[in-house]
Write a protein that binds this ligand. Structure first.
Ligand SMILES: C[C@@](CO)(OP(=O)(O)O)[C@H](O)COP(=O)(O)OP(=O)(O)OC[C@H]1O[C@@H](n2ccc(N)nc2=O)[C@H](O)[C@@H]1O
Ligand SMILES: Nc1ncnc2c1ncn2[C@@H]1O[C@H](COP(=O)(O)OP(=O)(O)O)[C@@H](O)[C@H]1O
Length: 352
């Protein structure tokens, strides 16, 4: 139950008590980062059909772009496109000649099933807004990749709305909306004023704890042309008799000890995901052949990532992998390969 002290729209009382309603047509812009799960363990299956998990996630600088404008018209309207273009993304995945696969992988809903729309409708409801929002979403984060694209977009929408109605993004009602929209949405809202570059999440994913980082990490992320259903991967997973603990990884991150990080990374969803999408094994093998020892699934997949030592090594490995994957790719077996680095949550929201 949302407490009844929450501000109403007119006037919206900001956290410091003075009304600071931003004008209609005010625009909030942000870049919604993707995430990688460096550690994901299944603790137990809950009665509500979810799993309690223990996961350590890092945001990476592979971002969707979101713009939210205050509108005098109630409701939420969303337009969406892919960057650099839907055609180019389809060509990179080699699905441009397969309308069915192209639609299933690139057709993202713009109705209330889009998490941006859902999140903003809930914010308008909770704060009893009489106006609405017009949104533009430019996608680069693949869907069904285990990279948190939809969840990050939802958190970014909440952060933009908070700025537009002059409410703290840490307002309890907004944190509650985030947890309701998806298990990973709270992660992208961060922990508070101090931006974080790694967070440990337990429960469904809504209980967050800070993780100290001894420095930025560099990765090569590979998204094969297959998207996986999170529900199907979890349904095919097995809770281990003796779940592992993320403590070793947390310590190695604080010390920036790469060998120890590599030793303590794991993802319990990797096995079921690789059975559902054998392409993942081809990706992991290509990374090994390219001389990189660590390659791990993120979240429920299908994207994998290799941990490397520097941005230079990331760019070099990405180039090598693009070439080798192009050679071995069977028709429709394209992949998107990117050199990325850790970034921070919450993402910065600018007002125009
Ligand atoms: C796997 C993770 C890891 O970070 O992210 P992605 O791979 O999706 O990015 C998350 O746990 C994704 O959590 P969330 O975003 O809530 O998953 P949803 O798509 O809403 O849930 C789809 C289904 O997955 C199962 N599910 C989800 C979360 C969880 N902690 N336990 C579960 O068993 C449930 O059957 C749920 O109905
Ligand atoms: N803003 C959004 N971006 C991408 N997909 C979305 C969005 N909102 C809803 N979806 C739906 O969610 C599905 C999963 O998207 P994904 O980015 O894998 O989410 P997450 O990793 O956050 O669970 C997509 O296939 C799409 O149908």
């Amino acid at each position: 139950m949302i407490d009844d002290t929450r501000p109403r729209e007119s006037p919206v009382i900001s956290t410091n008590g003075s009304p600071q309603l931003l004008p209609i047509d005010a625009i909030a812009r942000t870049r919604a980062p993707a995430k990688l799960n460096l550690f994901l363990e299944l603790v137990n299956r809950r009665d509500d059909g979810f799993h309690n998990i223990d996961t350590v996630m890092v945001p990476i600088d592979w971002c969707d772009q979101l713009q939210v404008t205050r509108s005098v018209d109630p409701g939420v309207r969303l337009s969406l496109d892919w960057l650099p273009s839907r055609e180019i993304v389809a060509q990179r995945l080699q699905i441009e000649n397969d309308p069915q696969r192209e639609a299933s992988m690139l057709s993202i809903p713009t109705d209330k099933t889009n998490l941006v729309t859902r999140a903003l409708m809930r914010v308008a409801e909770v704060f009893e807004l009489e106006t609405g929002f017009d949104c533009k979403l430019l996608k680069t984060i693949p869907a069904g990749a285990g990279m948190g694209g939809a969840s990050s977009d939802a958190a970014s929408a909440i952060a933009c709305a908070a700025k537009l109605i002059s409410v703290s993004p840490r307002h309890p009602a907004l944190i509650e909306v985030a947890a309701e929209i998806g298990s990973d949405v709270p992660f992208f809202l961060g922990l508070g004023s101090e931006p974080m570059s790694a967070i440990r999440a337990t429960g469904r994913g809504e209980n967050l704890a800070p993780v100290a980082m001894g420095g930025r990490l560099d990765f090569v992320v590979i998204y094969p042309s297959v998207s996986l259903s999170t529900a199907k991967v979890y349904a095919a997973s097995q809770v281990p008799a003796d779940p592992r603990n993320a403590a070793d990884l947390v310590l190695s991150l604080a010390n920036a000890n790469h060998e120890a990080i590599e030793e303590s990374m794991m993802n319990r969803l990797s096995h079921p995901a690789r059975i559902l999408a054998p392409q993942i094994d081809e990706i992991i093998e290509s990374v090994w052949r390219a001389g990189c020892r660590t390659c791990q699934l993120t979240g429920s997949g299908s994207a994998c990532f290799a941990l490397v030592r520097s941005p230079v090594e990331a760019r070099r490995l990405a180039k090598k992998l693009r070439a080798s994957l192009r050679e071995t790719a069977h028709p429709g077996g394209g992949a998107i390969v990117a050199a990325t680095r850790t970034t921070r949550v919450p993402a910065i929201v600018s007002i125009h």
